[in-house]
Design a protein around this ligand. Structure first.
Ligand SMILES: NC(=O)c1ccc[n+]([C@@H]2O[C@H](COP(=O)([O-])OP(=O)(O)OC[C@H]3O[C@@H](n4cnc5c(N)ncnc54)[C@H](O)[C@@H]3O)[C@@H](O)[C@H]2O)c1
Length: 264
């Protein structure tokens, strides 16, 4: 059994970096024709130049007019979109409410919540008309638990709700909608947070059951599975890829999870 996306047209947003880039590479590796989308055409073109048969597009996911235009241009020029990976997103600085400005709160919600809906609604509506398609929204484990991310976590919880709403909306029209919720993943975005001192690598790793961060390939693997027919019975679901962050979250009251040496 292997993941086969041969001849499928797969649109990946946020594909110039991190989880989106890894998803574009993985979908390409499974035989898909990948549409590499990011904020600017230049960033997208750099990635697509290394992927035979792929095409680059530049659009801002928060701009509904641009998204609608580009999606219909892709469908006219290249063909019907079979799969969508929506990985465009921004992280947030962990701040208490009195320091989190509404400007930052709005940006996070614009991109992570509103942008997810704009892209999914535009692509999914066309898929539903044709009666086929698979959508994967990149959410976050933060949407399932609390933390000092007063804009990001609620935005990601909204993406999980959106996943279920759209799955039910289009279930009988042949469109599946699922989410993947990563934990702390080694991406340029997380790297910037660590280098600037906003995020603490040791604190993040010790909070997981497995004692480590995730690689982007560990996140893109379930994403291509959800795009493929191997997941044909799944819709409205959320695949957690968090190195056991959620599983370990109740252990701080017991001194943390065991170190790995046999405990007596
Ligand atoms: N890295 C993590 O630890 C982690 C954990 C959980 C969830 N996520 C989610 O994964 C997704 C990808 O994050 P990443 O860590 O790979 O980040 P990243 O910064 O490495 O990649 C994100 C990409 O999205 C693009 N993008 C941002 N805003 C955009 C916009 N308005 N329009 C179009 N493109 C835009 C960026 O240009 C960038 O190429 C995000 O939704 C993030 O919330 C990341």
């Amino acid at each position: 059994m292997h993941i086969d996306l041969k001849d499928r047209i797969v649109l990946v947003t946020g594909a110039a970096s991190g989880i989106g880039r890894a998803s574009a590479l993985a979908a390409h590796g499974c035989g898909a024709r990948v549409i590499v989308a990011d904020k600017t055409f230049h960033e997208a073109a750099q990635i697509s130049s290394g992927l035979a048969g792929s095409v680059a597009v530049g659009f801002d996911v928060t701009d509904e007019r641009q998204v609608a235009q580009e999606v219909s241009r892709i469908e006219d020029d290249i063909g019907p979109i079979d799969g969508l990976v929506h990985a465009a997103g921004v992280l947030q600085r962990p701040l208490p409410p009195h320091q989190l400005t509404m400007r930052e709160w709005d940006i996070v919600n614009q991109v992570d919540f509103r942008g997810s809906y704009i892209v999914a609604a535009n692509v999914g509506s066309l898929m539903a008309k044709r009666g086929a398609g698979s959508i994967v929204l990149v959410a976050s484990v933060g949407g399932l638990c609390s933390g000092r991310l007063h804009a990001y976590n609620p935005a990601k919880a909204a993406v999980l709700s959106m996943t279920q709403n759209l799955a039910a909306e289009w279930g009988r029209s042949g469109v599946r909608v699922n989410a993947v919720s990563p934990g702390f993943t080694e991406t340029p975005a997380l790297d910037r947070g660590i280098k600037s001192g906003i995020m603490n690598s040791a604190a993040m790793t010790s909070a997981t059951a497995m004692g480590r961060l995730l690689t982007v390939d560990e996140v893109s693997a379930p994403i291509v599975f959800l795009l493929s027919d191997l997941s044909s019975g799944m819709t409205g679901g959320n695949v957690l890829v968090d190195a056991g962050y959620l599983a370990a979250s109740g252990w701080s009251g017991f001194g943390g999870v065991p170190s790995g040496q046999q405990s007596t």
